[in-house]
Design a protein around this ligand. Structure first.
Ligand code: KG4
Ligand code: ZN
Length: 334
């Protein structure tokens, strides 16, 4: 079965053709980063307008690169939440129009399910159950994937998402948007043990996250250095901040794997591009004898191939959406 998948929940306009949930026939991504960089972050109205400008071309390219026409496709899958409402609506509108015109089934997909499914594309042998740590710009979820499309959310962030913390700290130290890759690059020149930033854990909720404390600690550190006239070593700040965030993500993931007796651990979401995080979880899994799964960076950040994989498994479960499918900005998982 081959699906056309569309993703437009944030600042990437993407379309892909995916076979049987596991094989990428095409994966086209038009990034808006250069536009949003000018404003230091994603501007929702601009994101929607940019999606409208390029979506038809992105979809055409996805079909032609896969050497398929709309008539060859078995279903149209689209992210319908969570995300920016105006941005989501562009993808949902395009998917409904195409599915209606070509008389194909329409399958709405949860964006986080997509991030998790990136692991099915990266490793065709991976089967549930497994534990997945999803860390992106908007979400930090620790999820047990019990079966295809069946999830138990063990932990989530109480405030900022991990990627959001990276982006905010990057802005504070003058690195600009998007912050994650810039902090990761600068951190390579710094000492992760130079500054002790807090590693929050929440009483009675050992798998939940909180990243606003570490973000505020960085801002306070910068202010205090400025007031004392002390020079700031930005590389040390980046390395110490990255060490604190990736340390918490790793510790909570390994604790959950141990507590629930799950011996397969996967990573997903934009923050999973972070080589420090990848290294820490990989090493911890090796120490514990767990299998470790990790999509390549292009499948960690937003893309439509992951939506095609998740959509395929939803379709197989019998999920079909009507022409009244709407964007749901705060769509819950599971
Ligand atoms: O999954 P994604 O593309 O979009 C959302 O669904 O949010 O994730 C984007 C987030 C941004 O916050 C970005 O700064 C972060 O992922 N990110 C990274 C790295 N690459 C991207 N964070 C840390 N280290 C990286 N190398
Ligand atoms: Zn995402």
């Amino acid at each position: 079965m081959e699906v056309l998948a569309i993703e437009s929940s944030c600042d990437e306009t993407a379309a892909a053709v995916v076979r049987d949930g596991r094989e990428i026939l095409s994966n086209i991504i038009a990034s808006q980063i250069e536009t949003h960089k000018l404003y230091g972050g994603v501007v929702p109205e601009i994101a929607s307008r940019k999606h409208i400008e390029v979506i038809n071309q992105v979809i055409s390219e996805a079909l032609s690169e896969a050497d398929r026409t709309l008539g060859d496709i078995d279903a149209v899958c689209v992210t319908y939440g969570p995300g920016l409402v105006g941005a989501l609506l562009v993808g949902v509108g395009a998917a409904k129009a195409l599915a209606y015109a070509a008389d194909k089934p329409l399958v709405g997909v949860h964006h986080i399910e997509g991030h998790i499914a990136a692991n099915y594309l990266a490793d065709p042998e991976l089967e549930p159950p497994f534990l997945c740590m999803v860390a992106s710009g908007g979400h930090s979820h620790l999820v047990i994937v019990k079966d295809y499309g069946e999830y138990e959310v063990l932990g989530r962030t109480r405030d900022d998402a991990a990627g959001e913390a990276f982006d905010k700290v990057a802005r504070a130290i003058g690195l600009g948007y998007p912050g994650g890759p810039k902090i990761a690059a600068l951190a390579k020149e710094g000492d992760p043990l130079a500054i002790e930033f807090p590693r929050a854990s929440i009483e009675d909720s050992p798998y939940d996250f909180s990243f606003s404390g570490v973000k505020s600690a960085v801002l306070n550190y910068l202010n205090s250095c400025e007031m004392k006239g002390e020079e700031i070593n930005r590389a040390d700040v980046a390395a110490s901040f990255q060490d604190a965030v990736t340390g918490v993500l790793t510790d909570h993931t390994m604790l959950a794997a141990k507590d629930y007796g799950i011996r397969k651990v996967a990573l997903a979401g934009g923050v999973a591009c972070n080589s420090c995080l990848r290294g820490k979880i990989k090493a911890a899994c090796e120490d514990s004898g767990y299998e470790f799964f990790l999509p390549p960076p292009i499948l960690c950040t937003d893309n439509a191939a992951m939506i095609g994989s998740a959509g395929y498994y939803e379709y197989r479960k019998g999920v079909r959406h009507g022409w009244d499918l709407n964007a749901v900005p705060a769509l819950a998982l599971g």
